[in-house]
Design a protein around this ligand. Sequence first.
Ligand code: URA
Length: 251
Amino acid sequence: MRNTLSLPRNALCSVTGAQVWEGDGTFEKIIKAAPEQRTEMMSEEERRKRELEKLRECVERCKRCPLHAMRKNVVVGEGSAVAELMMIGEAPGYNEDLQGRPFVGKAGKVLDSLLQSIGLDRASVYICNVLKCRPPKNREPSKHEIAQCTPFLDEQISIIKPRIIATLGNYSMQYIFSKYNIPISKISEIHGSVYKVSTLEGSIFIVPLYHPAVAVYNIKMMDVLLEDFKVIQMIMMNNKNRLISAKKSIK
Ligand code: URA
């Protein structure tokens, strides 16, 4: 059992520590912008797409760790170059390696329905992983692989500049928490909490979530994930009060 009062002190949506989401979504901004500003924003999207394409070429050439020798395809990531929300999983599995796309297997189906539950689709978010190549037999990523591969993830973050990063599972949480100097806790204690970090590019909201695969093995976890995803929706809807009440409903 958990309530908001037991959240870590730096969790955004603890009852006492609630802060206001100041940013609105890029899409919304583009729609509202004056025509000449809109053109500028569109070209920003084009610029980011080109940067992401260059990054893909680097990943395709990468031989920094032994996983390159076993891959069928690199799985760099996919989605909108101007996404407000970036979701970061662990590593490609069998299907992802075959198709070169993230989250296309059973866990991907769960992720799709979770996104749908908050009115989002894959095209409006950016989805990637800590590792860009599949570890054999889906074993856990090694420290060496993570160290060699995460500069690519760092680059994705700096190109896309997401306002919200949702980590999917432990490896992703651990990497992102240490990158932004957030003390690491157990995912069972902090899933669905919101951390606000300041960067040179502005604030980022970090939401640690269970990996969608947990619902493949235990269907009851779907309710937990659905509840946690509502928190992302609340941040995007720029509604502090609803964000707090969403957290209060999690027991
Ligand atoms: N699990 C992950 O963490 N990433 C994928 O792309 C697929 C399954």
